[in-house]
Write a protein that binds this ligand. Structure first.
Ligand SMILES: Nc1nc2c(c(=O)[nH]1)N[C@H]1C(S)=C(S)[C@@H](COP(=O)(O)OP(=O)(O)OC[C@H]3O[C@@H](n4cnc5c(=O)[nH]c(N)nc54)[C@H](O)[C@@H]3O)O[C@H]1N2
Ligand SMILES: Nc1nc2c(c(=O)[nH]1)N[C@H]1C(S)=C(S)[C@@H](COP(=O)(O)OP(=O)(O)OC[C@H]3O[C@@H](n4cnc5c(=O)[nH]c(N)nc54)[C@H](O)[C@@H]3O)O[C@H]1N2
Ligand code: SF4
Ligand SMILES: [Mo]
Length: 767
């Protein structure tokens, strides 16, 4: 007799792939997904999804996805049990820590850590247990400049003001292409719908980008700008506001520190002074200033093109300065601070006051770059591995990261990785980075673990909370990523104890109990908590029988700003409440939060933080630089290289899914027709050689007047050509790695962030 066909059911889950946090409705039959659509009842995304969300089905079933721990001997990988894998890791890491100290182990955390609960709740525990100064992440090839600016201005690293797109009348976008990226540092699903809504209300959208992007296609006005010069433009807008008496912070005036000093320092940066550098006429700069000042509700929004560039921190600062001076910070239709339900630093502690942020508490060994928020700039990673001496990195742990493709001068990093004495990767794939590991611990399919966006609800354009239980139970011998990470924490914590390791390793559940115990202890001791002075054992009992990330989530929800306070605030949020709302809980539109949200030592908005002002002379010096730069060695075309994203690609790791790589090749060099003609590149598909200080690549061109002359654009995350990987589909759509061209010595000094936009390159035709 045949077994009965499994019944069909619908499961709801939040897509973990990008910052938009779309609600998905999955139709499943047994262990199979039969359909994925946008969940129309989702309180935030209302049915929106993109092609990547639909590809979760392929990710779930990808035969190349690693499902068992792997140990490498030479070039050969062997599946092993979890216990064997952890024993191997202990044998690899512990002696190095004992002999060379904790800094001998480096860590790289990649982007998926901010998209899953293991990264949010357990990775910090691993870093604490390891106690190494050599911590790196994708943040320093991404948004750290913004975090430095807002930390200094508002007091916490995640106090990023978010554009209130659904209520604004004027949106100025720089260096972002939300129609393709679906938004970043602005969680707001369905960007096209939201931007069209703005224009239907009679609002105005202006986009400033070296490329006429899909977002620019939706705009009222698009202006080209020379890569890396947004700070020049924005500071001249600020100067104009002061010069024309248009600086009117309104209600915020009482909460500002440094307004007079600000007016002083921007005075030399007139529109005439900056125009040649940024390529935008003085009259246009003044008009933008007047439009921003005149709009009833306006907001400036900038993203990766303005962060991963020469003046990332200054630009990020100027964006909020403009929102403040036009009275648009912290008001409806301007830029507002979300109030997240879980783990928001600016919603705990004393309202309106804090310690501010401290940067530069230690420095990298080789180049002496300052620490930022507990990590070192990833541009230092290779040199910390390949430069001998005390404190050298001898072992590396990567969790959900692919720095071999994602970070500057990848060839040097690649070489460095191959010399490590020991390396562990926690990853879904055997790829450019994890191929260097000695042990790979697999993570689960995103459909096999619970989900809650701890980070992105702190950056969302509407206050929401949405918990998703696992769609499928994990396979019997699988372990969730949090279990791996907490075991790793235990291994490194005990590494320098000379005694032999205990005969049985503590279980993940035991380690989790200890971690939560410490969290509860801290909370009951905090004077500002709804559970101050309560009995930790009683709180722990109330969380039973949950375990792991769900138990921590329940705990943090309950002590959070909307929480039930373990009975202190009846009717408040608990995980059970979220479970009863599979389409999410709507916590309301963003509300003004100043001064309560501030956590600076002064209790004010710091308009002129010293580390930021210290960077202004560098901006002044750049104003007279020649554009475009002349070619380094005569022949060829001198240009500035920038990056871009594609709707069907996600950084470096989703190129193994057939539905996303089918069709036209996406890894092409976008070049203006005049530039192409000058070096004899006749048609799309012609091969160009692109060379920078660090390397050279060959790539087919795509000729288009969407890009400004003197600038070329190439997406990152490609170049799947290396030996020893297990990504068969990606290998057939390999593309080239743009980070061979990015220079690890080029940084934004206040943040240490890499410069990935505006890289000087020379381009030649390949015959
Ligand atoms: N030139 C240039 N370089 C760039 C950029 C650019 O614009 N231009 N952008 C930068 C930006 S913004 C970012 S965020 C970085 C990204 O840099 P990385 O975070 O280093 O790279 P990703 O491509 O996101 O790789 C994620 C890795 O995690 C694995 N993975 C996926 N899901 C999970 C999971 O749930 N658990 C675990 N353990 N692993 C998982 C994937 O297989 C992959 O190996 O790249 C940066 N690099
Ligand atoms: N489909 C898809 N979505 C993604 C990702 C992905 O890989 N694919 N990655 C996710 C990640 S990790 C991130 S961080 C976000 C990023 O999200 P976004 O910030 O929206 O990133 P991009 O789409 O790369 O848009 C950056 C824009 O900056 C422009 N630009 C480059 N240099 C300059 C400059 O100097 N000045 C100005 N004004 N503009 C410049 C580029 O031409 C480009 O249009 O996207 C996320 N979403
Ligand atoms: S926009 Fe982002 S969150 Fe929404 S479906 Fe696409 S990848 Fe997922
Ligand atoms: Mo990113």
């Amino acid at each position: 007799m045949s077994t009965p066909a499994p019944t069909e059911r619908t499961a709801y889950t939040t897509c973990p792939l990008c910052e938009a946090t779309c609600g998905l409705a999955l139709t499943t039959r047994g262990r199979a997904v039969t359909a994925i659509r946008g969940d129309e009842a989702d309180v935030f995304s209302r049915g929106y999804l993109c092609p990547k969300g639909a590809s979760l089905k392929e990710l779930d079933t990808d035969p190349d996805r690693i499902r068992q721990p792997l140990v490498r001997h030479g070039d050969a990988w062997h599946p092993v049990t979890w216990d064997a894998a952890f024993a191997h890791i202990e044998q690899g890491l512990a002696p190095l820590i004992r002999q060379h100290g904790r800094d001998a182990v480096g860590v790289y955390l990649g982007n998926p850590n901010v998209h899953n609960l293991a990264g949010s709740f357990y990775a910090p525990e691993f870093l604490r247990a390891l106690g190494s100064h050599n911590l790196f992440s994708a943040s320093t090839v991404d948004q750290i400049p913004k975090q430095v600016a807002v930390g200094l201005m508002f007091g916490t690293a995640l106090s990023v003001p978010i554009p209130d797109i659904v209520r604004t009348n004027y949106l100025l976008v720089l260096g972002a292409n939300p129609l393709v990226s679906n938004g970043s540092l602005m969680t707001a699903p369905d960007m096209r719908g939201r931007l069209r809504g703005l224009r239907q209300r009679g609002g105005r959208l202006v986009v400033i980008d070296p490329v006429r992007t899909r977002t620019a296609d939706e705009a009222d006005e698009h202006l080209f700008i020379r890569p890396g010069t947004d700070a020049c433009l924005l500071i001249a807008i600020v100067q104009t506001l002061f010069a024309e008496g248009l600086a009117r912070p309104g209600r915020l005036a009482d909460h500002l520190q440094g307004a007079a000093q600000l007016e002083d320092v921007v005075r030399p940066f007139t529109p005439e002074r900056v125009a040649a550098a940024c390529g935008i006429a003085p009259a246009t700069i003044r008009r933008l200033a007047r439009e921003l000042a005149a709009a009833e509700r306006a907001v400036v929004y900038a993203r990766i093109g303005t962060c991963t560039q020469e003046f990332g921190t200054l630009t990020s600062w100027l964006v909020d300065v403009l929102n403040i001076l036009t009275g648009n910070l912290d008001r409806e239709g301007g830029a507002l601070f979300p109030r997240a339900a879980v783990a928001a630093r600016n919603a705990t502690g004393t309202p309106g006051q804090g310690k501010g942020v401290r940067l530069g508490r230690w420095h990298s060994r080789v180049r002496g770059l300052p620490e930022v928020y507990g990590e070192l700039p990833v541009v230092c990673l290779a040199e910390e591995i390949d430069t001998p001496g005390e404190g050298q990195i001898r072992a590396l742990v990567t969790i959900g990261g692919n720095p071999a493709l994602s970070t500057p001068n990848s060839q040097r990093l690649e070489r460095a990785l191959s010399t490590l004495e020991f390396m562990v990767s926690v990853d879904l794939y055997l790829n450019e980075t994890s191929r260097h590991a000695h042990v790979i611990l697999p993570a689960l399919s995103p459909l096999e673990h619970p989900h809650y966006d701890v980070v992105f609800y702190q950056l969302a354009a509407h206050n929401v909370a949405h918990y998703s239980p696992p769609v499928f139970a994990p396979p019997p011998d699988a372990r969730d990523e949090w279990q791996s990470v907490i075991q790793l924490a235990d291994i490194v914590a005990r590494a320098d104890q000379d005694a032999a390791p205990p005969p049985t390793r503590p279980s993940a559940a035991e380690l989790d109990d200890a971690l939560l115990g410490r969290m509860i202890q801290r909370e009951v001791r905090s004077a500002e908590s709804p559970v101050t002075g309560r009995d930790p054992a009683a709180l722990l009992a109330e969380l039973a029988p949950r375990q792991g990330p769900e138990r921590i989530l329940d705990f943090l929800l309950r002590v959070g700003p909307y929480g039930d306070g373990f009975g202190a605030r009846p009717g408040g949020l608990t995980l059970a409440v979220l479970e009863a709302h599979p389409h999410g809980v709507d916590l309301g539109p963003l509300q003004p939060r100043i001064p309560e949200v501030l956590r600076t030592a002064s209790g004010k908005i710091e308009l002129t933080p010293a580390p930021i002002l210290a960077d202004l002379p560098r901006l002044a010096a750049a104003l007279d630089r020649a554009h475009p730069p002349t070619p380094a060695n005569g022949a060829g075309l001198a240009a500035q290289l920038i990056g871009r994203r594609d709707l069907r690609s996600n950084n470096s790791w989703m190129h193994n899914l057939p539905s996303l790589v089918k069709g036209k090749d996406r890894c092409s060099l976008l070049i203006h027709p005049d530039d192409a003609q000058q070096i004899g590149l006749g048609a799309d598909g012609a091969l160009a050689c692109v060379e920078s200080r660090t390397g050279a690549i060959r790539v087919p061109v795509e000729i288009s007047d969407r890009i400004m002359p003197g600038v070329v654009s190439l997406p990152h995350g490609w170049g799947h050509t290396l030996a020893g990987m297990r990504t068969a589909v990606a290998a057939q759509h390999a593309g080239v790695n743009t980070n061979i061209l990015a220079d690890e010595t080029a940084i934004d000094p206040p943040s240490g962030n890499a410069i990935l936009n505006g890289i000087p390159v020379t381009i030649r035709r390949v015959d």
